[in-house]
Design a protein around this ligand. Structure first.
Ligand code: AMP
Length: 271
């Protein structure tokens, strides 16, 4: 596995490969969710590349940028074992100048739900993803449905900026008990981890309620709130694929999102 720290060298390398490239951008502290994206990228392309970069511009002041889990050595081993062909590990200085253009997330879809609680977060996400996609030379890039709003905004950006890359959506990987895998789960102590299960339970309960024929979002939310009563819930939202809020579930075209806090840790999940 080749390792690159220089954007220019990495770009030259990918440009001259003459192979189809599948790209998985991550912030590291890799878990099975990330590994499922890598597996899929390997299956669908000649060449699989991964980046690990804890992107400072997507963290707000006071968020966990400095304590975000960093495990470069273990992550590199995992990538090597998974058969990743090249790993890109840039520094913030490599990726950013002090004063430079940046992408602005759309005013509506980029500034509600996650973008409301974390204003400017998606500006940082879209800016770094634009840079990484340009460096990668990938024809396909793999993102998780775990970060559903991010996925929608990235898809929209690549479409509206006429970029030559296909964004591939990958399903959420969960722990046995249901908790969606996340690098931030390491912040949870045993008690919080147990309590966090009500997030996925509430989403599965919503799924079952809809399966039984209930389409009224208020009523479904009521059931979810029962499951979530022990947690500090930031939002429960019902949206269609365009991330417009809905009052009635549109079958096969709806997403239910939850964000909740456990102590200092924020968790998001969706179905
Ligand atoms: P991150 O390192 O958290 O920025 O995540 C990198 C990529 O992995 C993003 O596209 C995430 O949506 C995806 N991802 C994170 N957790 C999961 C999960 N549990 N299942 C599937 N994809 C995931």
């Amino acid at each position: 596995m080749k390792i690159f720290k220089s954007a220019e060298e990495f770009k030259n390398y990918t440009k001259n490969l003459g192979k189809s490239i599948g790209f998985v951008p991550t912030m590291g502290a890799l878990h099975e969710g990330h590994m499922s994206l890598i597996k899929r990228a390997k299956e669908e392309n000649d060449f699989c590349i991964v980046s690990i970069f804890v992107n400072p511009t997507q963290f707000l002041p006071g968020e966990d940028l400095s304590k975000y889990p960093r495990r470069l050595e273990a992550d590199s081993k995992l990538c090597e074992l998974a058969g990743v062909d090249a790993l890109f590990l840039p520094t913030p200085e490599e990726m950013y100048e002090e004063d430079e253009p940046s992408i602005k997330a759309p005013n509506r879809a980029g500034y509600f739900l996650e973008g409301f609680v974390r204003p400017g977060h998606f500006d940082g996400v879209l800016t770094v993803v634009m840079k990484l996609l340009n460096i990668s030379g990938a024809s396909k890039a793999y993102f998780g449905q775990k970060d559903a709003q991010q996925l929608l905004l990235i898809k929209q950006m690549t479409k509206r900026y006429f970029m030559d890359v296909e964004i591939v959506e990958c399903q959420i990987v969960r722990e046995k008990e249901g908790l969606a895998m996340s690098s931030r789960n390491v912040y949870l102590d045993n008690e919080q981890k147990k309590a966090s299960l009500s997030i996925s339970k509430s989403l599965f309960a919503a799924g079952a309620t809809i399966g039984a024929g209930e389409l009224d979002c208020k009523k479904i939310e009521g059931k979810m709130r029962e499951e979530l009563k022990e947690l500090d819930v930031e939002y429960i939202a019902f949206c269609n694929r365009q991330f417009k809020e809905i009052e009635k579930i549109e079958l096969k075209n709806s997403i239910i999102l939850v964000a909740a806090r456990l102590g200092a840790t924020r968790l998001i999940d969706n179905i």
